[in-house]
Design a protein. Structure first.
Length: 137
């Protein structure tokens, strides 16, 4: 199972996923975490294209708590008036890849900007986020 981790370590409002990443790697060694740099396209290989669900960890503007978003939220990512350039790029890529049939189901674990989230709370949410796929592995 792969989880794509987005963020920008140099931008305080967009670096929480990257701050959590070292602990996630240690706590979930069975998951392959793929860090996506700002403005980097999503990498694809056979494992990614054949996965039932495309998992993403990212900061999402406008949330007040950690929330799971799915493929129905992709249009909002690219059309939101408050989106950053990063969110627009991600939303556009996801819509395009979905249209091409490269991805079907999308699950985004959205971390709110400007909200202090303790790792213990995030860990609990992340475990639920990946639970279904982890049971099948």
């Amino acid at each position: 199972m792969k989880v794509f981790v987005f963020g920008n370590i140099d931008v305080g409002t967009d670096n929480k996923p990257l701050q959590f990443l070292p602990r996630l790697i240690k706590d979930f060694p069975e998951i392959h975490f793929v860090e996506i740099k700002p403005n980097q396209d999503l990498p694809f290989d056979d494992e990614t294209e054949n996965a039932d669900t495309f998992y993403i960890l990212d900061t999402v503007e406008g949330l007040s708590e950690i929330r799971v978003l799915d493929e129905s939220s992709v249009d909002k990512l690219s059309c939101s008036a408050n989106s950053s350039v990063h969110d627009y790029d991600l939303g556009f890529q996801l819509r395009y890849l979905k249209k091409l049939g490269k991805i079907n189901k999308i699950k985004i674990l959205g971390i709110p900007m400007n909200v202090d989230i303790p790792y213990s709370s995030f860990h609990s949410n992340f475990k639920k986020f990946v639970a279904q796929d982890m049971q099948g592995s």
